[in-house]
Design a protein around this ligand. Structure first.
Ligand SMILES: [Zn+2]
Ligand SMILES: [Zn+2]
Length: 420
């Protein structure tokens, strides 16, 4: 089933043959085109992916993962392999014909601090470590693409493969940029991809402008004057102030953010107090703010600080707001988004590419790369998200049927971007 007998040529074929990929991925009677050579690698990509899945490493600790990537890249005969960028990051270069442009293809490599509960025979061997975001699949797809591109070299210019560490919270993309990623490898555009549970395998979704949010967080310390719970009039109750603050913060989105804009302010943790009959001195609130533009980011921060301070004061307390800027929004540039969508359509057909995807309020540190270079980040269907098979769940697993689709997308993207 992996390599069905139905072959066809596509009108836009340039350098490489495609294979119709029937049945398992799409609606009945539909077809999609993966590269024949990539389909040949499907079993290898599955083996790589499952090896990585069984051996997950957290951000900036991906030493075995990086070594595995470097070994494969060397086997494929890529022209350059650079290790140690952002500690465990790897960048490889594949050259085609002389001249031409440079394109960057980026994947992430890190796992999450979760204990896997899938029961799969290639489950994580490490308690408290799991590839629960599919970065194992992302690495396998980019390796598959590297192998094909290094074999065929049917392009003019250079493909720069970016194996980025520490996407989850630690900002490995930002560290790569700070360490001179684009000075050393001056690509004309850079592209990223993430699997998306809940969308069919063989579908893609993308939009111009922001596709992922800025992911700021905050810690608010509300300080009052504690005392006996039976004598509340002798206290300045920080719990009451904190509760009122949680309520009042809902007004940021409801009454300050313009209705056509999007933002999220969520309080996610309240802690304070030790006894049922003691009003504590202090309470702490944690939460997150998600926005798509610098204007909304500033507005939400300003309003949050004003509300925390004002509500605390109303209750005779004080608030200390520690506002922490996280990843910036991931903003797709127009030309590269159209291009990426048309590449996806080459592989899976126009009907399976949603060019007006609803942006996610999740975050993504590919944002730092897109701040430096034009480019686009695309979401690729990973199949049903039922049974807890969603990102960051202990029941999640990357869908191996998506491997040849993602790898074909990368190869096609590089060959078209570097066609002339
Ligand atoms: Zn994740
Ligand atoms: Zn991820």
């Amino acid at each position: 089933m992996r390599r069905p007998g139905a072959f066809a040529s596509l009108a836009r074929l340039q350098a490489t043959a495609y294979q119709l990929f029937r049945g398992r991925c799409g609606a009945k009677g539909d077809s999609m085109a993966v590269l024949i050579r990539i389909a040949d690698f499907h079993d290898d990509m599955i083996a790589w992916r499952r090896h990585l899945h069984a051996n997950p490493e957290l951000g900036f600790e991906e030493t075995a993962t990086s070594a595995f990537v470097c070994e494969r890249l060397s086997e494929f005969g890529v022209d350059e392999v650079h290790e140690g960028i952002a500690k465990t990051g790897v960048v490889a270069v594949i050259r085609g014909r002389d001249g031409g442009r440079r394109v960057g293809l980026r994947c992430d490599m890190d796992a999450l601090p979760l204990t896997e509960q899938t029961g799969l025979d290639y489950s994580s061997k490490v308690t408290g470590r799991m590839h629960a975001c599919g970065h194992d699949g992302h690495v396998a797809m980019l390796l598959g693409a590297a192998r094909s591109l290094a074999e065929t070299r049917a392009f003019k210019g250079e493909v720069v493969l970016i194996f980025q560490p520490a996407e989850e919270n630690l900002g490995g993309g930002q560290v790569m940029v700070r360490e001179g990623l684009f000075e050393r490898f001056p690509v004309d555009a850079v592209f990223g991809l993430h699997n998306w549970p809940g969308a069919a395998v063989g579908s893609f979704a993308i939009c111009t402008g922001p596709i992922m949010a800025a992911t700021d967080s905050f810690v608010v310390g509300v300080r009052g004057q504690g005392g006996h719970a039976a004598l509340p009039h002798t206290t300045s109750d920080p719990l009451l102030a904190a509760a009122a603050t949680v309520q009042a913060l809902q007004a940021v989105v409801a009454r300050s953010v313009p209705p056509r804009e999007a933002a999220v302010v969520s309080v996610t943790r309240i802690s304070g107090g030790d006894a049922y009959n003691v009003i504590p001195d202090a309470v702490e609130l944690w939460g997150t703010v998600r926005t798509y533009t610098p204007e909304m980011r500033k507005l939400c921060r300003d309003r949050l600080e004003a509300i925390c301070n004002g509500v605390a004061e109303t209750h005779g307390c004080t608030a200390m707001v520690d506002y922490r800027r996280g990843y910036p929004p991931t903003v797709n540039s127009d030309v590269e988004t159209d291009f990426a969508a048309s590449v996806a359509a080459d592989i899976v057909g126009e009907s399976r590419v949603n060019r007006n995807a609803t942006p996610s309020m999740g975050g993504e540190d590919f944002a730092y790369l897109l701040e430096q270079r034009p480019g686009a980040y695309i979401l690729m269907g990973n199949g049903p998200g039922d049974g807890g098979r969603v990102l960051h769940s202990p029941f999640y697993d990357f869908n191996d049927e998506a491997l040849p689709i993602g790898a074909s997308y990368w190869v096609r993207l590089a060959e078209r971007f570097l066609a002339s």
